[in-house]
Each structure stands twice: as structure tokens, then as C-alpha cells.
Design a protein around this ligand. Structure first.
Ligand code: XUL
Ligand code: CO
Length: 438
């Protein structure tokens, strides 16, 4: 029995269902372009927002019933939390969870105690995973909540903080490995600055690069087969985070020789906070070959911060889902709901309803993307648009047959006079809109 036990396992009931606690679109065994819906989406619930956040904000205290939370978390409280989390996950019927070290464990005062408490909860979680068949999408270290990390972790001005963070990462990376985690995430919570007046960017980036190299070295040393992921975000809590977006992360990885070792975990509202579309970040990661996983949520267009709301707009999601589908989907990644309830959502069922609505939104977007792929209308627009590059002349340019002057001579001699062609944006947009009918 737990806070979430009052609900029967959530089932697919179809579009006409009037049951708030049922899926209308997400039908895990439904085949989409040759793969089960569940295997495309690899749905994940995050521990921190769902079970480790009491509903506090900067103006007020926690509002949500989370009896296992308190200033000091004992092992018994941590176990009660794990009971509730695994009960919720099993009833919701998703295959994965994700967590930070401190989300799950009892409070600790020293690093040694941190390691011991983490091990104790690892044993509890391992047993629950075996019993429920739930899997770990990723583990991560919280290197941003404790006051010692106010100036960053890997980018802290203090080498002791760097070493403390290294110890924390080593513990949780090894736990992630033992629990069969499929990825390890580094979100650079405070790896950035509040003011440039006291900050040495080059030094901080070099140390951040060193830290990440150490993580990658350790991954190989312990035989962790999962993927190391960086989660870009432009700001909040710092004024400027070094991992501001996918392109910046790629440049960082290249500079420190890690672009073949590390991929990205893209979060919807981190993209929008960076002034970019979510689909832009997916497209960029695919173009650079570093697409890894997705943190699913949405922001509020009129708020400039990370509101972490559950997604509810399938049409908005469809362009990203289309890129995802066309790329073949995840290897080790998944759709993790990095989303939280509103503070007034104090009914235990609200957590189910939020996830169900988010999952159905993803399922709708997936089906819309499938329709678009099958219809081939959008693909044709792109093919026609770039057709010249697969013709003889385009190929000759790309093969290096011309240099700048010989190409210029050719253009003059043949009196080139290219005419504008329609980009067909309205057609593309109407294809997206009309595909969202689920
Ligand atoms: C913060 C955020 C984190 C990471 C994990 O904005 O997204 O929850 O996903 O540290
Ligand atoms: Co996130």
C-alpha cells in the first residue's frame, strides 16, 4: 500500500473513453512503422519532481502530500519513497525511471556516509527493479542543490569542490552501472556564472573538460556500457550555463576530444529558454551525431523560466517527433517526463492524470508523424527542394571538381540566371496541422 495504491493499473481504453485514469491514444503494443509504440517512446518517470518535490516554490512551502520528505531523510523515509515510486510506476505501466543520487537516498553529512546511504537504497531499488521489471533509463548526481556547489561543481573556483563532485559522480555512476542503467546524465546545474566580473571562462571550461574526461575514463574503467549524456540549458539557476544549447555542447565536446563519447539529453523547455525550437535541438543533435535522449516537458510562453509543465500539445510536438521517427528513434535514450505538478495538484491522482495526458500527447504526435512519413508529401517537398544537389552539376561541385575560380568561370560562361522557387512553407505547415487528428 502506498499513496498511489488507490488506482487500478492504467489501461488503454481508446479515444471514446470517459475515464480520467485511462490512456486514450497510448496503446503500448500498437505497431508504428514496424515498432511497438512502447519501444519507440521508452517512457520514463523522473524521481525528483514526482516523488522528491514537496510542491515548494521560492514564495511558499510544500503543498503536496509527500510524507517521506523532510529536512532530514532517514533510511525508513527513503524506503517509503521508493515504495511509493515503484507502486506509481507499476500502476502507470511505463518501463523506466530516472533519478539523482540524493533523490532516493537518506540524508548524509560526510562523503563516506553519502556512499553508504546510497548503497543502502541501491539494494532496495535493485530488489524492486527485479520484482517489477522496471528499468533505469539514467542516473545522475545532484551537483547543484547543496550550498557547497553555489559556485559550480566541475567549474567551481575551489578544487576541493571539484574533488567532492568527483566523489559523488563516482558513487552514482557505479550505482547506475550496477542497476543496469542505460545512460548517465550530467546536467550542468551551476556550471556557468552569475557574473563575468569574477569569472575566468577559459579556466572554468578547461576544468569542466577535464572533469568530463575523468567521467568518461571511469565509465570505461568500470565497463559501463551506457551512454554519457550532457543536458543543455542556457540559464537558471546561473545567469549563463556553459552547456547553453546543442551546438555549444558539440563545440565543447570537440574542443576536449569527447564528441565520440558523449551525447545530449535534450529538454523541451531548455531549448525554448535558449530561444530555439525543440525540433531545432533534435535536428542539430542528429546533424552532429550526438542525439541521445529527451527530457519531456513544456514551458509557459509568457514565463521566462523553467516551469516544467507536462506536455499537452501534440501538434507542437509533431515536427520534433517526425525528425525522431525518421532517424529511427532512440538507441539508449527515452522520453523522460522532467515535468512537475502545479502546487494546487494535491490529489494523488493528479500525478497519474498528468503523466497519462503527457503520454497520450506523445502518442498522438507519434501517430501524426507516422501519417506524415507514410503520406510522403513532406518528404517530396524536401526532395524537390534539394533535387539540384543530386543532379550531375550539384555532385560535381561537391566532389571537388571545381575550385572557386573555375566554378565562377562556369557560372559566367553559361550565363547562369537561377530563378526563385517556392519554399512551400505553408504547404509544410498544413501537412503538420492536418496530420494531428488522433
Ligand atoms: C533541470 C533539469 C534537471 C536534469 C537532471 O532543469 O532538467 O532535472 O534533468 O539533473
Ligand atoms: Co531535465
Amino acid at each position: 500500500m502506498s499513496l498511489f495504491s488507490d488506482v487500478a493499473p492504467i489501461r488503454f481504453e481508446g479515444a471514446d473513453s470517459t475515464n480520467d485514469l485511462a490512456f486514450r491514444v497510448y496503446d503500448k503494443d500498437r505497431m508504428v512503422l514496424g515498432k511497438r509504440m512502447a519501444d519507440w517512446l521508452r517512457l520514463t518517470v523522473c524521481y525528483w519532481h514526482s516523488f522528491n518535490w514537496p510542491g515548494n516554490d521560492i514564495f511558499g512551502a510544500g503543498t503536496l502530500p509527500r510524507p517521506w520528505l523532510g529536512d532530514r531523510v532517514t533510511q525508513a523515509m527513503a524506503e517509503q519513497k521508493a515504495d511509493a515510486a515503484f507502486d506509481f510506476l507499476s500502476r502507470l505501466g511505463v518501463p523506466y525511471f530516472a533519478f539523482h543520487d540524493v533523490d532516493a537516498m537518506a540524508s548524509a553529512d560526510t562523503l563516506e556516509e553519502h556512499g553508504a546511504n546510497l548503497k543502502r537504497i541501491e539494494a532496495v531499488i535493485a530488489e524492486k527493479m527485479a520484482k517489477t521489471k522496471l528499468k533505469l533509463l539514467w542516473g545522475t548526481a545532484n551537483l547543484f542543490s547543496h550550498p557547497r556547489y553555489a559556485g559550480g561543481a566541475a567549474t567551481s573556483p575551489d578544487p576541493d569542490v571539484f574533488a567532492f563532485a568527483a566523489a559523488q559522480v563516482r558513487y552514482i555512476l557505479e550505482v547506475t552501472n550496477r542497476l543496469g542503467g542505460e545512460n548517465y546524465v550530467l546536467w550542468g546545474g551551476r556550471e556557468g556564472y552569475d557574473t563575468l566580473l569574477n569569472t575566468d571562462i577559459k579556466g572554468e571550461l578547461d576544468r569542466y573538460g577535464r572533469f568530463l574526461s575523468m567521467v568518461v575514463e571511469h565509465k570505461h574503467k568500470i565497463g559501463f556500457k551506457g551512454t554519457i549524456l550532457i543536458e543543455p540549458k542556457p540559464f537558471e539557476p546561473t545567469k549563463h550555463q556553459y552547456d547553453r544549447d546543442v551546438a555549444v555542447v558539440y563545440a565543447f565536446l570537440q574542443r576536449y576530444g569527447l564528441e565520440k563519447e558523449v551525447r545530449v539529453n535534450i529538454e523541451v523547455n531548455h531549448a525554448t529558454l535558449a530561444g530555439l525550437d525543440f525540433e531545432h535541438e533534435i535536428a542539430a543533435a542528429l546533424a552532429y551525431g550526438i542525439f541521445g535522449s529527451i527530457d519531456m516537458n513544456r514551458g509557459d510562453p509568457r514565463n521566462g523560466w523553467d516551469t516544467d509543465q507536462f506536455p499537452n500539445n501534440a501538434q507542437e510536438m509533431t515536427p520534433a517527433m517526425l525528425l525522431f521517427l525518421q532517424s529511427g528513434g532512440f538507441t539508449t535514450g527515452g522520453f523522460n517526463f522532467d515535468a512537475k505538478l502545479r502546487r494546487q495538484s494535491v490529489d494523488p491522482n493528479d500525478l497519474y492524470i498528468a503523466h497519462i495526458a503527457g503520454i497520450d500527447t506523445l502518442a498522438r504526435a507519434l501517430l501524426a508523424a507516422e501519417t506524415i512519413v507514410n503520406e510522403k508529401r513532406l518528404a517530396k517537398v524536401q526532395q524537390d527542394r534539394y533535387a539540384g544537389w543530386s543532379g550531375a552539376f550539384g555532385k560535381k561541385i561537391l566532389s571537388g571538381e571545381y575550385n572557386l575560380s573555375s566554378l565562377a568561370d562556369h557560372a559566367v560562361k553559361t550565363n547562369l540566371d537561377p530563378k526563385p522557387k517556392s519554399g512551400k512553407q505553408e504547404l509544410c505547415e498544413s501537412i503538420i496541422a492536418s496530420s494531428c487528428k488522433f
